[in-house]
Ligand binder design. Structure first.
Ligand code: ADP
Length: 393
């Protein structure tokens, strides 16, 4: 086969070649920048102008550092210095992921390929730059979805665990209820008219045992239903009454009595909410328990539980303590499943509470307490305008 001299196919004068080169550069989708061995910009194509927000005339002659944030500026100076000493270019190659900086100061991820211009009058490098912000965002979204899936899997595992636990302990719970009712029946049978104060106390305590046992089995079966996306039972209830009832149940923990709880509930108008009451009680229990735990060994002021309206459609519940508080580092992980700082903690209270509140159309948030402690707040949508007060005209 005959060898063909490629230059013989298309004869052009050097001026045309230069014009074609510039046209090619400007038609390119990627940014292309040519620099000399000192980093001074010599060519800056249209795509580079669009990407970086500079006109070519503004940056030609400037050091390419202006297009980079730290620490890439210093690293780049190092590469050029190395080249000038050794005449060996270290960053030649394709596909390095680094950061660039726009005229506006915005830093964005790029993929950079660098080539050396051979046989030119002086050392020159050409950089081809692709903005990979979109690709990185897709990657970040993918990672987030993976993380959500992992969290869902962990919660499903907990659902399975809850199902197992429910199965194992429902029987003993039923037995406890039956025994306590049997004790009560004995007393009624043998001492029906007794007004002995200790017997009255025993009867009241037996009633509490029954109520708590019933609650325990309800909690487990609702948790299992909830995590397995089973049926959620919603009813319309008065939120202030629900909070008071929850406190009555929670006061079984004597630490609450030691510290005390101050209630400041907004009843004007009465906040009615359509909720799964056991689940919302569970959230309140978690927040109250955490508040009590945070007070350990600290003779602090009472825990404060308050509600107030946010506009006419949402009601906010806050649980405030003056306990040890939460550090900045801990704050970032608070709502992650299995994050705990307690020796015997499970670290699932806040993550389950958050899922419950979000399933109810609300939000659970943390705020640093002033001067100390923590405030956990959740919102719930209130039901309809019928609960609003009658406005006299
Ligand atoms: P657990 O109570 O089992 O640790 P949670 O999910 O309820 O799980 O809480 C996670 C962590 O958040 C706790 O271990 C604690 O470090 C922190 N935390 C939650 N509430 C409070 C609070 N009121 N004060 C201080 N730290 C808290």
């Amino acid at each position: 086969m005959k060898n063909i001299d490629p230059t013989s196919l298309h004869k052009s004068n050097p001026l045309d070649t230069n014009a074609q080169f510039l046209a090619l550069l400007d038609a390119a989708v990627d940014a292309m920048i040519v620099i000399d061995h000192l980093g001074s910009i010599e060519v800056f194509n249209h795509a580079a102008e669009r990407m970086f927000g500079y006109q070519a005339t503004e940056v030609i002659g400037e050091n390419v550092r202006v297009l980079m944030p730290q620490p890439y500026q210093d690293a780049h100076d190092g590469y050029l210095e190395h080249f000038n000493h050794t005449r060996q270019a270290r960053i030649i190659g394709i596909g390095r992921e680094v950061k660039a900086q726009k005229r506006s100061g915005e830093i964005f991820p790029i993929e950079l390929s660098v080539g050396e211009v051979k046989k030119s009058s002086h050392p020159q490098f050409v950089g081809i730059i692709r903005d990979i912000s979109d690709r990185m965002k897709v990657q970040a979204d993918l990672n987030e979805s993976r993380e959500r899936l992992a969290q869902f899997t962990r919660l499903s595992t907990m659902g399975e665990m809850a199902a197992g636990i429910a199965h194992e302990i429902n029987q003993p719970l039923t037995a406890i209820t039956s025994y306590s009712q049997a004790c009560r029946n004995f007393i009624e049978q043998y001492q029906p008219k007794s007004d002995d104060p200790s017997l009255i106390k025993v009867k009241a305590t037996l009633d509490k045992i029954s109520a708590q046992t019933h609650r325990a089995s309800e909690v487990i079966s609702r948790l299992r239903n909830f995590v397995k996306k089973g049926q959620v039972i919603r009813t319309t209830v008065n939120l202030s009454s629900l909070i008071r009832n929850t406190l009555n149940l929670a006061e079984i923990d004597t630490r609450i009595l030691e510290h005390g709880i101050k209630l400041k509930l907004s009843n004007d108008p009465r906040p009615m909410v359509n909720i799964d009451d056991i689940q919302i009680q569970q959230v309140l229990f978690n927040l109250i328990n955490n508040a009590i735990d945070s007070l350990q060994g600290r003779p602090s002021a009472a825990i404060q539980i308050s509600t107030h309206w946010v506009g006419e459609k949402n009601i906010q519940v806050s649980v405030k303590d003056f306990g040890v508080g939460i550090s900045k580092e801990q704050e970032a992980s608070l709502f992650l499943p299995f994050f705990t700082t307690k020796a015997s903690g499970m670290g699932v209270g806040l993550s389950i509470s958050q899922t419950i509140i979000e399933a109810h159309g609300g939000k659970l948030t943390y705020l640093k307490g002033e001067p100390s402690g923590s405030i956990f707040t959740f919102t719930l949508p209130a039901t309809g305008a019928t609960t609003l007060p009658h406005i006299e005209k």
